[in-house]
Design a binder for this molecule. Structure first.
Ligand code: ATP
Length: 468
């Protein structure tokens, strides 16, 4: 694009002026020296004014005036043409400059944004490079100082960040501590161990007593022990008796123990906190005990609550003179569980239901009155229970008329509730694969056969059977 600098235009304009003054149209004064100017606009950045030639003319006005006038007018035409070219170029330049200005603004804006991003990234890098803070708990406050217990158990007297809200600093508050000075930097919200908070927490379970088949007796026992004290604690006070704090459900796998606990929680509108005992068996000293503590704290916070500990034998086995540190840690966890159970009032809105398949392994301390003093045994379903369980699981299935739950319950002797449920699922799958509209009795029979083979195989691999 052709570009002219304004500075280069100045000599051109001056030359034009000189030209206008030195050559009036009607002048009779002989022109002694006259300069003819021509400009050359190069395609580069610069405009060069080239003085082409100059020659002296003698005063012979008469003979030459006509010729001069002609040349003057042609010069003028030339000049005005060049003037218009210059004007055009100036307007182009103005346009260019406007565009450049916009570009400049855009780039400046981009630079600002990049600068902001760079600052943010620098800040992130700085925070990543920062040494970690230690987490601790306040034990006591001593004037301007606090006694804190760090996460590794050591107790220190430390200073407090003066900007913190003193009202929030109380014994038990979770705080972050500077790694070097251990002074309190910030106040943290209470948090529960991720394992504890990852327990199945259901504010409202969706299991009803009617979802359980053949457990009428067990439902009655559990309702008396858990539902009644939740609903009418006054009656226990009146009679001066203490309701059970915990209930132990014992029985083979898949007999509906978890479902029963969920159904009670639902009936009492209690929060359901469910976890497996082995989750509490931790590797590090004090970890299991801390988790039990936090579990009970969480239960109190969310009360009324039913804590359901499945496979309690993982931490509640008989204490032996064990020598491994792992065993000792499991025992410490059990002690903490017993202490927690003793520590709360039986009429507090927290109840514990534990389940086990091996009740004979449990430590006697767990079963003494005031702890799990009610044991409800749930056996494998009998004939009528199996029929009821089949009826429950068939209720929402499209089945042909020939499907008879009574007949099915006869041929499923020794099946648990969970296995009966699996049979119905398997039969449904067979019908879907065969593109049928509903399940036939033959589908159920094949499903039962498959399940029977599976059961036999698992029984063969049972270590008790191999060596017993
Ligand atoms: P585990 O000891 O292995 O934990 P569990 O006794 O807690 O087993 P659940 O988890 O309650 O057994 O039951 C597993 C499934 O079996 C349930 O989802 C339910 O569908 C079915 N089930 C078991 N018993 C019954 C029953 N009595 N009535 C209806 N369904 C049942």
């Amino acid at each position: 694009m052709q570009r002219l600098h304004a500075s280069n235009l100045i000599p051109v304009a001056l030359a034009l002026r000189v030209l206008t003054f030195s050559a009036p149209h009607n002048s009779q004064v002989p022109i002694i020296g006259r300069t003819r100017l021509s400009y050359k606009i190069t395609s580069g950045e610069n405009c060069h004014m080239v003085v082409a030639s100059g020659h002296t003319m003698t005063s012979r006005a008469d003979s030459n005036s006509r010729a001069e006038n002609k040349s003057d007018s042609s010069n003028l035409n030339d000049n005005s043409r060049q003037l218009s070219i210059l004007k055009k170029q100036i307007s182009e330049l103005l346009e260019d400059s406007q565009q450049l200005l916009t570009e400049k603004l855009f780039l400046e804006n981009e630079i600002n944004q990049l600068k902001k991003r760079a600052t943010k990234l620098e800040e992130e890098i700085r925070s990543l490079r920062m040494p970690p803070n230690i987490i601790g708990y306040i034990q006591d406050l001593e004037g301007e100082k606090a006694i804190v217990r760090s996460s590794n158990g050591t107790v220190f007297m430390v200073s407090i960040n003066p900007t913190l809200n003193k009202k929030r600093l109380k014994p038990g508050t979770r705080v972050s501590l500077n790694q070097d000075t251990l002074s309190i930097i910030s106040i943290l919200d209470d948090a529960f161990d991720p394992l504890v908070s990852s327990t199945e927490i259901l504010d409202k379970t969706n299991v009803n007593y009617s979802d359980l088949g053949g457990l009428e007796q067990e439902i009655k026992l559990i309702r008396d022990a858990i539902e009644l004290p939740f609903e009418n604690p006054g009656i226990f006070k009146k009679f001066g008796i203490v309701p059970p704090k915990g209930i132990l459900l014992s029985g083979p796998p898949g007999t509906g123990k978890t479902m029963l606990a969920k159904a009670v929680a639902n009936a009492t509108n209690a929060t359901f906190l469910g976890l497996v005992g082995s989750e509490l068996a931790q590797k590090y000293i004090g970890e299991g005990g801390r988790m039990v503590r936090e579990l009970f704290d969480l239960a109190r916070k969310k009360s009324p609550t039913i804590i359901f500990i499945d496979e309690i034998d993982a931490i509640g086995s008989k204490r032996l003179d064990s020598s491994t540190s792992g065993d000792r840690e499991v025992q410490r966890t059990l002690m903490q569980l017993l202490a927690e159970m003793d520590g709360f009032d039986a009429l507090e809105n927290v109840k514990i239901i534990a389940a086990t398949n091996r009740p004979e392994l449990l430590d006697k301390a767990l079963l003494r009155p005031g702890r799990f003093d009610r044991i409800i045994e749930i056996a494998l379903p009998d004939l009528s229970a199996r029929k009821q369980i089949f009826d429950i699981h068939l209720a929402n299935m499209p089945i042909s008329k020939d499907v008879n739950s009574k007949k099915l319950s006869i041929i499923t002797k020794g099946f648990s509730g969970a296995e009966i449920k699996s049979v119905t699922i398997e039969a449904g799958m067979l019908a879907i694969v065969d593109n049928k509209d509903n399940c036939l009795m033959s589908d159920f029979k094949s499903a039962i056969m498959t399940m029977g083979i599976k059961k036999k195989q698992s029984n063969l691999s049972d270590p008790d059977r191999l060596y017993g």
